[in-house]
Design a protein around this ligand. Structure first.
Ligand SMILES: O=C(O)CCC(=O)C(=O)O
Ligand SMILES: [Mn+2]
Length: 177
């Protein structure tokens, strides 16, 4: 799967999106599928093209197979968001809510270095729990957990040899329409 993602990144290079508040995110990202997730001063949204103007590459079969196995759904995801966390990168607590239908789960796959994932509840603030996600771990955010706040506090560089560079890759599979 890591080599499939490398091919996607070769076609649709990683970029650092700007938050709506005007600060670049520390995570670098790209996408595969019908839509890619994007952010700039105008806000968070899905876009049909990479910022370079090319269409997003297709979602690799290895990733679609995992989606089918984990969800049992006939419906395929519209987006595979690829996040790359270099050492020092993090992602603040947020809900995934730019999708039209929250009855579909979001499936997340972690590859490479360990990441400290924090999960709360469906309101901002309040009690949270942290778990280290290791390479190969899959998290399904579905049903009552679909709109749970979550984020990544830090990664532990050098804990995996899967990727050439130090860092963590996370894929999230999303039904957008
Ligand atoms: O990197 C992770 O484990 C979570 C990524 C995430 O929450 C997102 O891309 O929306
Ligand atoms: Mn998320």
């Amino acid at each position: 799967m890591a080599s499939d993602i490398r091919r996607v990144v070769a076609e649709a290079p990683l970029f650092s999106p700007m938050t709506p508040y005007g600060k670049p995110m520390s995570v670098r990202m790209t996408s595969a599928g019908k839509y890619g997730w994007f952010s700039d001063r105008k806000g968070y949204r899905y876009e049909p093209r990479h910022p370079s103007g090319v269409a997003w590459p297709e979602i690799p079969d290895s990733v679609l197979d995992l989606w089918r196995t984990v969800t049992g759904l006939g419906r395929q995801p519209d987006c595979c968001l690829i996040n790359f966390y270099p050492p020092g990168a993090r992602m603040g607590m947020h809900q995934d809510k730019d999708e039209a239908d929250f009855s579909f789960p979001v499936v997340s796959v972690s590859l490479g270095d360990d990441g400290l994932f924090r999960i709360g509840n469906d309101t901002r603030g309040g009690k949270t729990e942290s778990i280290w996600l290791n390479s190969g771990d899959v998290v399904v955010m579905g049903d009552e957990a679909r709109l749970t706040y979550h984020g990544v506090d830090r990664i532990r560089p050098g804990t995996s040899t899967l990727l050439e560079a130090e860092g963590r890759l996370n894929l999230t599979l999303r039904v957008v329409d």
